[in-house]
Design a binder for this molecule. Structure first.
Ligand code: GDP
Length: 367
């Protein structure tokens, strides 16, 4: 036995267990080189192979890095992102995609936090994404600022990603759709897409989810005010949040909305839209909301609507991608900006008609 060890063992019998004993010396270079290798792996740009394998093993770092590629506007990053998505595609699609909308302040973040924690406690893996075309992460937009989801953001079974930063709504929507696929491949079985209740972002969110939940407040008498008919028609459920403040008022508001919904025909899903009360604070109604989502999924899978909707959503991606690619190719042609400027001047000078000028430009660019 080496002397060092002998010293250690011989002292053992005489010294109190409270004394700190020398630990066994570790060969320094092994641990150092391991740490270095891990650091180097983090620094270097992972290959498509590493990203895909990481994602399929539920590695959040690799998932985040792949999402960063999806969000990048660099051509190389985009090309790599597409390869990763293509490889992840067969492993995607197995989640419930839930959209949540409502005006700012209605309690979307708080509800997602409570609902998300409830779901992770039941062994679900929850990814929270957002669509907010006005978002600029550095400026801390409403949806970009997810620090409010304090419990969920540290939950190992949850993954929260703010909206891809400002760009056209189409661009943000496309990126979010791709991020959904990656999250699904990484094993997230509930995807929540939050969108701010203004403008066209609901339409975009609706086009990528299975179930659309509209949150409302019980504002005495004017529940229907400011509630666009389109949003009501898109919703698969309407929940009156903050109901615990005044249950009676919330029930009254729910009644008004139920009456208004009676005037609408049954949606294509054949699913009668429910209006219920909830509170992100007291968790009132949250289990009911989730049960309703699951019932909807079972119901629409049985009547085929679930699959048909996803097929239609996919076809929409095809059309959108063709349109976007054509537009990009057209506008990114060398000298196109000047040519359009020249054509505009000619049109204004009545030298050429707008139709002829457009046809000439299109012909030159897309031949
Ligand atoms: P968002 O803008 O729709 O995401 O709304 P937030 O989740 O940020 O909530 C807006 C405010 O409403 C915050 O101060 C929340 O604490 C509060 N809030 C959210 N849910 C409830 C609820 O169920 N009851 C009550 N009383 N307040 C709530």
């Amino acid at each position: 036995m080496p002397t060092d060890d002998h010293h250690l063992y011989s002292n053992f019998e005489y010294e109190s267990a409270l004394n700190v004993m020398d630990g066994v010396k570790q060969p320094q270079q092994v641990s150092n080189s391991y740490v270095e290798r891990v650091k180097a792996a983090r620094r270097k740009e992972p290959t498509v192979e590493e990203l895909v394998s990481g994602i399929l093993h539920g590695d959040r770092t690799m998932l985040s890095r792949a999402i960063t590629l999806v969000e990048s506007s660099l051509h190389d990053h985009q090309a790599k992102a597409q390869q990763v998505i293509e490889r992840c595609l067969p492993y995607s699609g197995k989640s419930v995609r839930l959209g949540i909308t409502g005006v700012p302040g209605v309690g979307k973040s708080t509800t997602i936090e409570s609902l998300g924690c409830m779901l992770t406690a039941h062994n679900h893996k929850v990814a929270v994404l957002a669509i907010d075309p006005s978002s600029e992460r550095s400026k801390g937009s409403i949806l970009g600022d997810k620090t409010r989801m304090e419990r969920l953001s540290v939950d190992p079974n949850a993954f929260i990603r703010p909206s891809p930063s400002a760009g056209s709504l189409g661009g943000v929507a496309r990126k979010t759709r791709e991020i959904i696929l990656l999250c699904e491949a990484a094993g997230f079985d509930v995807i929540i897409v939050e969108t701010v209740g203004v403008g066209q972002s609901e339409v975009a969110a609706h086009s990528m989810v299975d179930f659309f939940l509209l949150l409302q407040l019980a504002n005495a008498g004017d529940e229907l005010q400011g509630m666009k008919r389109g949003i009501m028609e898109m919703s698969d459920m309407i929940a009156i949040n903050k109901a615990e403040i005044d249950m009676q008022r919330a029930e009254l508001a729910a009644g008004h909305i139920r009456n208004a919904l009676h005037l609408f025909p049954l949606p294509d899903s054949q699913w009668p839209v429910k209006v219920l009360l909830c509170s992100a604070y007291t968790e009132l109604g949250l289990q009911e909301i989730w049960n309703n989502v699951m019932e909807y999924v079972a119901f629409t899978k049985a009547n085929g609507y679930f699959y048909e909707k996803r097929r239609q959503q996919n076809l929409r991606i095809l059309n959108e991608t063709i349109e976007r690619t054509l537009m990009d190719r057209f506008y990114n042609q060398e000298g196109m900006e000047e040519r359009i400027k020249k054509a505009s001047e000619d049109i204004l000078d009545n030298k050429v008609s707008a139709y002829t000028a457009a046809e000439q430009l299109l012909g030159e660019a897309l031949l």
